[in-house]
Design a protein around this ligand. Structure first.
Ligand code: ZN
Length: 368
């Protein structure tokens, strides 16, 4: 094979076009990966729908897993655990590559550091085309965190690791950990459901999820939720329902994956003394939040925001999935019916079906 088939995104409401691009020879520190499976992240769907704007033309898809096809010359390349990488290894890689010596990277925020390159988000141009999941190949840049996967995890589940699972791992880190604490999660979509399972495994005292969709709450029940709360849609209602579950205790970790301002304000209203609210879902333009500063001060609250994740979170995500992939029905969250031939249909299905994720096998049945 000397070329790779790619599905090119040109902008909202425009069909994908298919191109054959020459396979590059990886340079020092680079890795050519044969993509195996990509899941469409909510941000891919939002880009497709025009809810957020990306540089175009581009190759979408950043929740992706693949096998090493060719390694660049020079010293042996190692993964985040120190294992030497070899051709044929099944690998997952971070959404970002950046300069590890830059101040932000040294401060533990490589996803915003100098020289940032984000897979599934960059404009394609001459000699720089294979950087998304909706293609047969991806060229990993130097300084991309890579992990060789050791466990036999189904591909649709493994693909979730390098965006959804790693982002949730980051939010649990920013919350200061959840062991022994009462956790309230807003939004029972992909990230919310993962947060339920990961909080359960991490030893949370009680795991609660709130969502306006009864069907999504039903799904959350199979991912370690103690109390699934149908959103009453207002502050007083949620405080009452949470109070009925916790009695004298209170919520000390609140996690928002909904991205809905009213839901974030309701979460904040349930937070007890010393509690932390982590905001994750608000990744598109929206109204400002109303915050009662006096209540926040008197209750020693902490408010944190998270976008993407760092290498520590990424490794925690791989560890979690290697150990616990069989403990929860993760495969049921991914609609596994499409290939690279059906990208337009896959996006349409993702936007209309309510599926937690739509998966795409990175293979083509039709000729280019
Ligand atoms: Zn994503």
């Amino acid at each position: 094979m000397t070329t790779s088939r790619v599905a090119v995104f040109h902008g909202p409401d425009r069909p994908f076009t298919y191109e054959q691009v020459p396979l590059p020879v990886p340079g020092p520190g680079e890795i050519l990966v044969r993509n195996e499976y990509t899941t469409l992240c909510r941000s891919d769907l939002n880009t497709y729908a025009g809810k957020r704007i990306e540089k175009t033309p581009t190759i979408l898809g950043h929740e992706v897993v693949g096998r090493i096809e060719r390694l660049g010359p020079g010293p042996a390349l190692r993964d985040l655990r120190g294992a030497e990488l070899r051709v044929g290894d099944l690998v997952t890689w971070a959404i970002y590559a950046s300069d590890p010596e830059s101040p932000l990277a040294r401060a533990g925020i490589p996803q915003k550091a100098a020289g940032l390159f984000k897979y599934g988000h960059e404009r394609i141009g001459p000699g720089s085309q294979l950087h998304g999941g909706l293609a047969e190949h991806c060229l990993l840049r130097a300084h991309t965190p890579v992990v060789r996967v050791e466990a036999a995890i189904p591909l649709p589940v493994l693909a979730l690791v390098n965006c959804a699972v790693a982002t949730v791992a980051g939010s649990l880190r920013l919350a200061g950990g959840v062991a022994g604490r009462n956790v309230l999660i807003a939004g029972a979509g992909m990230l919310g459901v993962l947060a339920c399972a990961m909080s359960r495994v991490a030893g949370a005292k009680r795991v609660m999820a709130v969502d306006p969709d009864a069907g999504r709450l039903e799904t959350a029940r199979t991912f370690g939720v103690d109390h699934a709360i149908l959103s009453p849609g207002n502050v007083d209602g949620l405080r009452k329902l949470v109070g009925e579950q916790l009695g004298e205790e209170s919520v000390t970790v609140a996690l928002d994956y909904s991205g809905v301002p009213a839901a974030m304000e309701q979460l904040l209203s349930t937070l007890g003394i010393g509690g932390t609210l982590v905001l994750v879902g608000a990744t598109y333009p929206q109204r400002p939040l109303q915050i009662d500063a006096e209540r926040m001060v008197r209750n020693l609250h902490t408010l944190r925001g998270l976008h993407n994740y760092n290498a520590e979170d990424f490794l925690a995500a791989v560890d979690f999935m290697e150990r616990h992939h069989a403990a929860f029905p993760f495969e049921s969250l991914v609609h596994d019916r499409f290939t690279l031939d059906d990208v337009d249909e896959a996006f349409a299905y993702g936007l209309t079906s309510g599926a937690h994720r739509v998966g795409i096998r990175c293979e083509c049945r039709r000729a280019a």
